[in-house]
Design a protein around this ligand. Sequence first.
Ligand code: ADP
Ligand code: MG
Length: 334
Amino acid sequence: EVVINRIAAGEVIQRPSNALKELLENSLDAGSSNILVVVKSGGMKLLQIQDDGTGIRKDDLPIVCERFTTSKLEKFEDLQRIGTYGFRGEALASISHVAHLTIVTKTEDSPCAFRAEYSDGKLKQYPDHVVQNPKPCAGKQGTLIIVEDLFYNMETRRRALKSVAEEHNKIVDVVTKYAVHNAKVGFSLKKAGETMTEIRTPSRSSVLDNIKLLYGAAIARELVEIRCDDKTTGFTLNGYVSNANYSTKKLTFLLFINHRLVDSSGLRKSIESVYYNYLPKGSHPYVYLSIDIDPRNVDVNVHPTKHEVTFLHEDMIITSITNSVENVLLGSNH
Ligand code: ADP
Ligand code: MG
């Protein structure tokens, strides 16, 4: 059974950046204002996320890594969110099956923090009962998640990973995109043992300021705000796209649907095709889109790790968004 669970876990968590994405979501869901990520060897040796959110109650520690355990089904709004979040209560469980997982956490009303170690979905059992698990310790409010030696027990997954540098770049990309979208939250990223931070955004920033900080002033200068409120299909869109004066060799595409980083190749291709008429050959735009849509209209059946979504009225929504982009380009073309 452990092996089957492990294979299933390896499907949910395919590389360090997948795990990090889930952990960032959890920290954001916990209402954090600051999130610090520390990595070693592209996240393969160590992936550590410290937040200042609500923390996890001591009584919940024995079950948080059990499959389908979630505290997020109580409110109606959360229930609705399942649509886009695809799978619930599987992230910590999956990680505990394919890595060494430690959680240090403290809620506001707890006198101390607790440190808990997990293996295969459960708290680690120490036969002599000398070691306490969870164990009381010092700590401030929030949660520290430590993921060590990812895929130590899954040779195939480990071999499928790219180089340390490439895995690290994927991590930088995920943190960067979440930092842009969640501008009110301060994000930091650094490599273990190094003092220099690679990414640092202030809390209570704005999307545009964070784009400037993370992607550069040259991009930020050429961005145009895009908004769309479509009553018939029931979606709203906010974002920034580059105008006809800006182009790079590589497309930058940030798509958040209901605050989750996803991909929609249909939408991506349609937007790119609008720019073909305005940009020099071989050039690409910068696109940041945040779409809010009734989660009941977003397809849940898409595999979670692919982050590819499909939605109801997809053609209409894509047309409506590409029209807005086209208008922006017409307006900025000089
Ligand atoms: P889900 O996010 O779908 O509920 P997860 O496996 O990602 O499932 O997390 C399980 C549960 O652990 C969450 O529902 C939440 O109660 C708790 N949890 C995980 N990470 C954090 C965190 N950083 N802060 C507070 N609670 C957390
Ligand atoms: Mg989660």
